[in-house]
Design a protein around this ligand. Structure first.
Ligand code: KPL
Length: 299
């Protein structure tokens, strides 16, 4: 029996819970969610459209017993919460703990990897779409892909995490490129859709927005060569994602509309710092960052 801990009971934590609960191979799992919001010691929710009920133990992040020990951990908190949430449970981690990080943007994965060199750390870049309609209902809205790879030497030595059902992810030795690819997509689409309060597809349909998208991508392009990433063209990448997610409201637009904290600092903020550190201009992204701050987007 493998004991899996999932930090966070939002949409992504619940979706990952379902990967283990619905695994059909001969691996047996026990599932424990670590939550700040759920007070009960069980977390039970319905998964649609698969129409399944999932259940796991639930412990409180602030009040866990020292007897709890964690060998396998999936971290699903938002980028701005992840490092602090890890600090709250660090005394429970066995050595080495196998940890998968599922944050958007970049910066939080690197900070956690630096803070916990004794553990095997992997990051995952995901295009899965899921949201919770209420505490006990999870909607798996879009079947996407999870690309997962090692962040540090211990994880590289261990290799593919065989404790995760293998039909739920693809393994890559180059997670850095996967994270950068997603970062470029999010840098191009998320802040602009939040600024103009439009769906993803409108960024290529409405010419003034389209021109702005092109300027943001043109500024990101030199970063790709500077970081020696195997990514062809920032604009082609962003345009393609605008086409296939045309009807989506980006996560940043949703955060803005719901007056929630956004991941702007880990998306555009990270790109601005990387451009600066590489001696490249970051004027366009900087202007966009400040325009969003002026519209009171929280980051
Ligand atoms: O990842 C996304 C997000 O909204 O955060 C995209 C790919 C832009 C889809 O909406």
């Amino acid at each position: 029996m493998l004991n899996i801990h999932i930090l966070g009971t939002g949409a992504i934590g619940s979706l990952w819970g379902s990967y283990f609960a619905t695994d059909t191979n001969d691996q047996n799992y026990s599932l424990t969610f670590i939550s700040r919001s759920i007070q009960e010691n069980q977390y039970r929710y319905h998964l649609a459209p698969e129409d399944r009920w999932i259940q796991g133990r639930c412990i409180n992040a602030q009040r866990q017993s020292k007897a709890e020990s964690i060998r396998y951990l999936i971290v699903t908190c938002k980028a701005y919460d992840a490092l602090q949430a890890m600090e709250q449970i660090q005394d429970l981690l066995m050595e080495p703990c196998h940890i998968v990080l599922l944050q958007n943007g970049m910066g939080s994965q690197q900070a956690i990897t630096k803070a916990y060199p004794q553990h095997a750390i992997y990051a995952c870049s995901s295009t899965e779409g899921a949201y919770k309609s209420d505490v006990h209902h999870l909607i798996h809205a879009g079947k996407g892909q999870n690309l997962l790879g090692p962040m540090n030497t211990i994880a590289k030595q261990i290799g593919q995490p065989t404790w995760i059902p293998d039909n739920t992810y693809q393994y890559t030795h180059d997670i850095n490129t996967a994270l950068w690819r997603k970062l470029i997509i999010n840098c191009a689409i998320n802040p602009l859709t939040a600024l103009y309060q439009c769906r993803n597809g409108q960024l290529i349909e409405h010419e003034p927005y389209h021109q702005h998208l092109k300027r943001i991508c043109a500024e990101l392009q030199p970063l790709i060569s500077h970081q020696q990433l195997d990514i062809d063209d920032a604009y082609d990448l962003a345009r393609h994602v605008c086409e296939i997610t045309a009807q989506n409201q980006s996560s940043m637009l949703q955060d803005k509309l719901n007056n929630k904290r956004s991941e702007l600092a880990y998306i555009t903020g990270f790109a601005i710092r990387s451009l600066e550190e590489s001696g490249l201009t970051n004027e366009e992204n900087n202007r966009l960052y400040h325009a969003l701050k002026q519209q009171s987007l929280k980051d």
